[in-house]
Ligand binder design. Sequence first.
Ligand code: SF4
Ligand code: SF4
Ligand code: SF4
Length: 284
Amino acid sequence: MPSVQLVIITYRDIFHWSARKRENIESGADEKSALVRLSEADLKGLGIVDGAEVMLSNDAGSVIVRAELDPDCPQGLGYMPVSRYSNELISYGINEAKLPNFKRIEVSVEPTGGEVKKGRKRQSSRKGTTDKIQPLHVYQMLPGTDCKVCGCGTCMAYAFALIGREKVLADCPDLQKEEFKESLEFLQGYFGEIAGEVAETGLLIDKEKCFGCGDCAIVCKKAITSLVHSGSVVQRDDVPPVLEIINGVVEITNWGSCKRTMNPPEYCRLCEDKCTSGALEIVR
Ligand code: SF4
Ligand code: SF4
Ligand code: SF4
């Protein structure tokens, strides 16, 4: 089957604005976003015509969208509206960079041979991908004004803080307005309606998914021995490990060493971020 390599460039389209102002955010914009605009040379390389269905894949995930001819698009590039489809292809490694990889998204493109009705997500190809909500998904449901009323410098920072359970939905006043009703309802379904719904911080382990690589225990060991105080890093030694691999799976051996149990807590989630199998989930 023919395939081409593309660098995807995302952009905001006029329908994002009209959808947010006049329609249900998920309706028209969603269908229009399931699109990649390609050069004539790349359409030919794929052996497809304008409007055919293609699958875009990389290490972050895969999506099926329609390919549309764009005579102004240079060969080797593809233009996609910012949407949940383009988000599926964005990688994010908190240990590599502070921001997700929004730009220069490299993908492999293949024709599917199918007709396009509506964009859809394919089963993600990321190893052990979980259904955890991603900061970018949260961000796209926020007002996007960076007004700082929530106490965060930007709406993106607030999205991270929500996921880390450092902020609650009520901290964003604009999110409570009628125009964001659907976003709020969705986020309430994920984060809970009220602050402190999860009484204590904790770490859930899905032992079926854990394959005992030990990566979480290694990052945790580094995490618990270095604390940040007043902008400087303080080393603390002789801290018993939180996580250990016992009989091929991870176990919590000393939860009291976790930075989340400190007073005040440090909202670390390195172990969860490091685990590629989705076996770990931080709660609150
Ligand atoms: S209060 Fe809401 S709109 Fe303002 S920065 Fe925070 S998240 Fe963004
Ligand atoms: S929880 Fe994840 S990172 Fe930790 S040992 Fe298991 S598979 Fe590896
Ligand atoms: S959240 Fe706790 S258990 Fe996980 S890496 Fe951080 S300190 Fe370790």
